[in-house]
Design a protein around this ligand. Structure first.
Ligand code: SF4
Length: 345
């Protein structure tokens, strides 16, 4: 697949065909600056090279097969068909001047968070770096047609990005390449359930990418009931890894919290969370739960959400209550669950 290759590998491939290195740069710019997505669009290349390119590399490893737009037109969800019959979803959110993409890194997810539609479908497979890059290129192309561009990418769609660490980081690096798409690392946010060894690795790599960690509960019993991964990586270990990350990088961590009525929106949970986060360079993003068919929990009320926020803020922990968006097209957080296009195993 063409999006799988970093520029040096593409150059190497072209050289092995007896082509000069500048041809690789032309292809690279065509892909990442002009958003061409089929060999025939590369009219600056000789026809023979275009043909060879098309024979050697797939340009269509992800194909948009369905698009849903919310009634206000601000959220667009696309279902992409993959070559093996699986499918993933990605979402474009157009709010204010931001054009934020939420992209997927896996088909399904192994983490099993009980409130999440992706978790409810189980793990199918990792996406390759090219399949991750191609989601961004699809929307970059779409926006470019209207004279717009992607402003932010959140790696919060289907899958746990740190479970697919290598491919996810390779995709970010490719999109970050100054000779290509040149999308700044600081405009990415990667979200994890708290895989401690990978948070440590991420900290050691000192990447400029923003880190978000899903907490959802402030004690182990409740967190384990919502997020089975907590049995392996208990909350205090996750927070210790986050402190280490902040110390090493000087960067703020965002903690995600899906507010479930009567479950984790209580004053006790808020107070416990405030105590655990005391003194940390962090921010809490709380969002009333988005409903999924496989979980009976209900979204918290505005009033309870405000109360939760107030308790955190009284303790000096910044907190934002996020709007629930794209709910009616199942494009909200935790609602992505692309059906496989060829059977399910
Ligand atoms: S919330 Fe994220 S990590 Fe948890 S099951 Fe859903 S996709 Fe996986």
């Amino acid at each position: 697949m063409v999006y799988e290759l970093p520029l040096p590998e593409l150059t190497y491939l072209l050289e092995s065909w007896g082509e000069p290195a500048y041809r690789a740069k032309q292809i690279w710019q065509g892909l990442y600056q002009n958003f061409w997505h089929a060999p025939e669009q590369f009219t600056n290349l000789p026809t023979s090279l275009r043909d060879r390119l098309g024979q050697a590399l797939r340009f269509d490893a992800i194909t948009p097969s369905k698009t849903l737009t919310s009634s206000d037109g601000k959220t667009v969800k696309t279902l992409f068909a993959l070559l093996d019959g699986q499918a993933v979803e990605a979402v474009l959110m157009k709010y204010d001047r931001r054009r934020t993409l939420c992209i997927s890194t896996q088909v399904g997810c192994a983490m099993g968070c009980v409130f999440c539609a992706t978790g409810q479908m189980g793990f199918k497979r990792h996406l390759s770096s090219g399949e991750i890059v191609a989601q961004v290129m699809h929307y970059a192309r779409l926006l470019a047609e209207g004279g717009e561009q992607v402003t932010n990418v959140v790696v919060m769609g289907m899958g746990e990005p740190f479970h697919n660490y290598e491919n996810t980081m390779a995709a970010i690096d490719r999109l970050n390449d100054p000779q290509g798409y040149n999308f700044g690392a600081r405009r990415f946010t990667i979200s994890t359930v708290g895989l401690v060894p990978l948070i440590q690795r991420f900290a050691d790599e000192k990447r400029q990418v923003n880190l978000a960690v899903s907490l959802h509960a402030a004690d182990d019993a409740l967190r384990s009931s919502m997020m089975p991964v907590n049995r392996k990586y208990p909350i205090d270990d996750v927070l210790a890894a986050c402190r280490d990350y902040i110390e090493k990088t000087g960067r703020r961590v965002t903690f995600e919290w899906a507010l479930v009525d009567g479950v984790n929106d209580t004053p006790e949970q808020a107070r416990l969370l405030a105590a655990k986060l005391k003194g940390m360079l962090c921010h809490v993003n709380a969002i009333p739960l988005n409903p999924t068919t496989g979980y009976s929990g209900q979204p918290t009320s505005r009033q309870r959400a405000e109360q939760f926020k107030a308790i955190l803020e009284q303790s000096g922990i910044p907190c934002t209550i996020r709007m629930r968006r794209g709910i009616e097209i199942q494009a909200g957080c935790g609602q992505l669950a692309a059906p496989a296009l060829v059977g399910r195993n």
